[in-house]
Every structure is written in structure tokens, then in C-alpha cells.
Design a protein around this ligand. Structure first.
Ligand SMILES: Cc1ncc(COP(=O)(O)O)c(C=O)c1O
Length: 487
């Protein structure tokens, strides 16, 4: 069976749309509420899409975390799970897969990605030390700063540009990185981290060539290199399709090569492996022992790490399926369709298209809303109003305040429309493009939002906000004029 069907099937009509290499055999009923109901619901949710009940959401594009469609092989494997606290066969099966896929001998299980970050931060970060990363992720940063650590971001300048021709915007800027290490001193750097791909700047990938450069430099300096492989599936797809030297390599070869450049790899199994769970792997016994004792303390015994055995079985199969190009290509190809449909309507999106989802650029969409009134948060609420579509704010709202309490204005204001793997149909993607296109035509009606309740940590999860004016009433009125059914 050739491994690149996705590339070779062309439509005789000349149309260019991705062909799904799966069929749906179990489905979930969803509902599209009237816009007046949507207005009430988003108000009750404090204009925070995290707080929307799923029953009121038509297309849930909040995240791919734990909501990718699972395969029949994953469900079947769940029935075989060996339910034991210690020494479960399920764990050994998963450990063997991880050893084969990543080529690392040691695997520490953890219940999700941030649990791995907690263990890593507790094991390596001392007060005042830096973690260098291409770009931060919300939970990673929170764990590091909680222990008095600091973050230095080493992406290049165009990473924060929403329009670019750089196919690997997640790459380290080597000059910036090396100067920082020289100025700061190796002893003040806890570890170096590569997030592949980078979540907060639009799912942008990192090239293998860049990972190799970072790795060689880290090894020459005695710096530890950690890979966050949560978004690995999209990243390996982009390496294969955008990096010439890897065109004819299999995804398995790409993962093994990437892994050989790292000292430690961790991942969220809610993303990688289309299941729920996570873990840390390493080829080094020394690193393994340094982290090991924290697993029973925070997660659970070493052979389950806070995961149910059923989830471990699903993750075991899901990680193997990540090496199938027809499976991992589905999200990036659908992101491309949504991105290009939106661009046809003039909607500003992040380019080149990345993985994970399509990212709408709120700074250009609602350029009249000041950053202190959370343009991406306001746009996410407006997108829900216009289409029952739940996206996620990835901008200033997702940032922590500065130690003096002032706002840390984000370099980007994005609304992420995540495309979980094999969940949506193409007509649903076209609907999303249509409603966001309508909203763009009426963008002048959208106003800002302000906190009514602001939690101190990770405020974007549970914070509630209110519109700064009656802009939502006006938006609903305009929608009803164009779509009298209210749907
Ligand atoms: C790059 C990256 N790292 C870490 C995490 C945290 O993983 P989890 O949500 O499983 O805790 C995520 C989750 O979105 C992520 O995208």
C-alpha cells in the first residue's frame, strides 16, 4: 500500500479539495441554535468560549485536545486493556511502542501534557533560571514561572508576522539564541525547549534542519534539549511536504531522526495519538532517574501515571497511526481549505497555513478594537454569535499579567479555529467560512470586551467578561436582516 494516496488522487473536474481517507461509522448529533439563543448563551458564558456548554455549540473548533476522532482499532484495543495498578500489560505495550517510535528506552507516563511540564519544571528549573524556547505555550510558561523561572523566546522576527512566506516560522533564530546563551551563561539556563509545531503562533512548524542546528549547539554547550512533541503529527507532515530532503522519507524515519537530536521528549496524548494521556521519554537513564520519583508523587504509579488503562491502549494504537500520512494529512489539508476559503472572502488569516487549525488574525479583522479590550477574545465571541462556532482566543487574554499587574500585550491576537482530526465534514468547513465571511463584512459592528471576573492564574480558562458597549445587540440585528431564520 503506497503511503501517499492523499497526494496522488486528483479530481477529474480539476477541483482541488482533500479526499478523506476514512469513513464515519459512529457520529454525534449536534445542534445549531437561533442567534438570539446564542446571544444569551455567550452572555451567560461570560463571553469566554471555554465556558460554553457543548450542547449550545454547533461546530466545536475550540481545540483538538482530547477530541480528535478515534479509529476502530483504538476502540478495539480499549477492550483488551489490562486493568492493574502495577505491572499492567497495557503499560508494557505502550512502553514498547514508544521505544520503537521514538527510539528512547525510558518512558514516564503522565495524565496529560501539562503534567509532564510540571515534572520537567520541578526537576530542572531553579529560581532565576531561564528556559529558552522557540515560543512559549500557556501551561509550559505557567509551570516555569510558578517556580521563579523565566522564559526567553528565540523565534525569528517573522514568527509574529501573520503574513509571511517562511514555511517554518517556528524555527529558532540561531543568532538570537546563541547571543542569548553567551550573555546569560549556560549555568543560568535550565533547559532549551523546542515546541514542534508552535501552538500560539498559528501551529507553525519547525524544520529538521533547524532542530539539528539547535541540537548541535546545545550539545557543544552542554545544554539539555527538550522537545514538546504534542503537535508532532502536523509537524512531521510539514517536514515531509515542505522540506525537500525529507520528501521521500517515511514519517517513522522522520520521527526517529528528530528524536535522536533530543535529550528529553514529552507530549500530550490528548493531541499526539488521538487519545488522552501523555508522557516523557528519554534515552538517558540519568534524566529518567532525575524525574522518575515525581511520577508516583503527582501522577500515579509508574505503570499508569494517572491514565486509565483504556486510554493507554488507545494512545498506544494512536501513536502508531501517527506514522500514517493519510491519517496525519487530514488536519493540515482541511486547515488549508478553511484558510483559502476565508482568504477568498478577504478575511485575514495566518499564512503560511499551519497545523492544528486555521488562525484568524484579529488585529487586522477588528483593527478598531484596542488590545486592552481583547480583540481576539471579542472576535471569538462574535464568531460564536455569527455561526455557533466555538474558537479559542490566543492573544492578550491568554497571557499572564506582568508582575506589576500591567497587561502583557501579546505579539499576536489570534482566534484559533481548531480542526480536530477526522471530526468535521467539508460542508461544515464551508459553513464556517461562510459565517466568518459574513462577520467580516460586518466587522465594524464588533466592539471590545472587559473582565467582570479575572482569575490570577491562566485567566483565559475561567475568566468572565462583558462587552464594553451594546455591540452584540447590533450584530444580532444585522444578522437577522440577512438571515431571517436566525440560523
Ligand atoms: C504544544 C503544547 N504543549 C503542551 C500542551 C499541554 O497539554 P495538555 O493540554 O494535555 O495538558 C499543549 C496543549 O494544548 C500544547 O499544545
Amino acid at each position: 500500500m503506497p503511503d501517499n494516496i492523499y497526494k496522488r488522487v486528483a479530481f477529474f473536474s480539476g477541483q482541488s479539495i482533500p479526499l478523506e481517507m476514512h469513513k464515519a461509522r459512529m457520529v454525534q448529533r449536534i445542534y445549531l441554535r437561533h442567534i438570539k439563543d446564542r446571544q444569551e448563551v455567550i452572555g451567560k458564558a461570560g463571553n469566554n468560549t471555554f465556558l460554553l456548554p457543548n450542547r449550545d455549540v454547533f461546530l466545536d473548533m475550540l481545540t483538538d485536545s482530547g477530541v480528535n476522532a478515534m479509529s476502530e482499532a483504538q476502540y478495539a484495543a480499549m477492550l483488551l486493556a489490562d486493568d492493574s495498578y502495577a505491572g499492567s500489560e497495557t503499560f508494557y505495550r505502550l512502553e514498547k511502542t514508544i521505544q520503537e517510535v521514538f527510539g528512547t528506552e525510558y518512558y514516564l507516563p503522565a495524565h496529560q501534557g501539562r503534567a509532564c511540564e510540571n515534572i520537567l519544571a520541578n526537576s530542572y528549573v531553579k529560581e532565576g533560571q531561564y528556559v529558552v524556547t522557540n515560543f512559549h505555550f500557556t501551561t509550559t510558561k505557567a509551570h516555569i514561572t510558578r517556580l521563579g523561572g523565566k522564559i526567553f523566546e528565540a523565534v525569528g522576527e517573522d514568527a509574529a508576522k501573520t503574513v509571511s512566506s517562511n514555511l517554518f516560522k517556528g524555527n529558532y533564530d540561531m543568532d538570537k539564541f546563541k547571543s542569548f546563551v553567551k550573555e546569560t551563561g549556560v549555568e543560568n539556563i535550565a533547559f532549551v525547549r523546542i515546541e514542534a509545531g508552535t501552538n500560539l503562533i498559528g501551529g507553525q512548524p519547525v524544520s529538521m534542519a533547524n532542530m539539528r542546528e539547535v541540537s548541535e549547539y546545545c550539545r557543544s554547550q552542554g545544554l539539555k534539549l527538550v522537545l514538546d512533541a504534542s503537535l508532532l503529527a502536523d509537524n512531521i507532515y510539514f517536514i515531509k511536504t515542505r522540506e525537500k530532503a525529507y520528501e521521500s522519507k517515511s514519517l517513522a524515519e522522520i520521527v526517529l531522526e528528530m528524536s535522536s537530536l533530543m535529550d528529553i521528549i514529552y507530549f500530550s496524548g490528548r493531541k499526539l495519538g488521538c487519545a488522552r494521556g501523555g508522557g516523557i521519554c528519554t534515552a538517558s537513564k540519568e534524566e529518567f532517574l532525575r524525574m522518575r520519583d515525581l511520577v508516583p508523587l503527582y501522577e500515579g504509579f509508574l505503570t499508569y501515571g494517572g491514565m486509565s488503562v483504556r486510554e493507554m491502549e488507545a494512545m498506544n494504537v494512536g501513536i502508531k497511526e501517527t506514522l500514517d500520512i493519510d491519517i496525519v494529512s487530514q488536519t493540515p489539508l482541511f486547515v488549508e481549505v478553511l484558510g483559502s476559503e476565508l482568504e477568498k472572502k478577504g478575511v485575514p488569516v495566518v499564512t503560511p497555513y499551519g497545523g492544528l487549525g486555521c488562525h484568524v488574525d484579529a488585529l487586522r479583522f477588528v483593527d478598531h478594537v484596542p488590545q486592552t479590550e481583547y480583540p481576539a477574545g471579542a472576535l471569538a465571541a462574535a464568531i460564536y454569535l455569527a455561526g455557533g462556532i466555538r474558537g479559542m482566543e490566543r492573544g492578550t487574554l491568554s497571557e499572564q499579567r506582568n508582575p506589576d499587574g500591567s497587561e502583557h500585550l501579546s505579539s499576536m491576537e489570534l482566534v484559533r479555529l481548531a480542526i480536530p482530526k477526522r471530526v468535521f465534514s467539508l460542508s461544515q468547513i464551508m459553513y464556517a467560512a461562510d459565517r466568518i465571511g459574513w462577520l467580516y463584512e460586518h466587522r465594524h459592528l464588533i466592539g471590545g470586551i472587559k473582565f467582570s471576573d479575572e482569575p490570577k492564574t491562566l485567566r483565559f480558562f475561567l475568566g468572565t467578561l462583558v462587552p464594553v458597549s451594546d455591540w452584540q445587540d447590533k450584530l444580532v440585528e444585522a444578522f437577522l436582516k440577512d438571515m431571517p431564520s436566525g440560523l
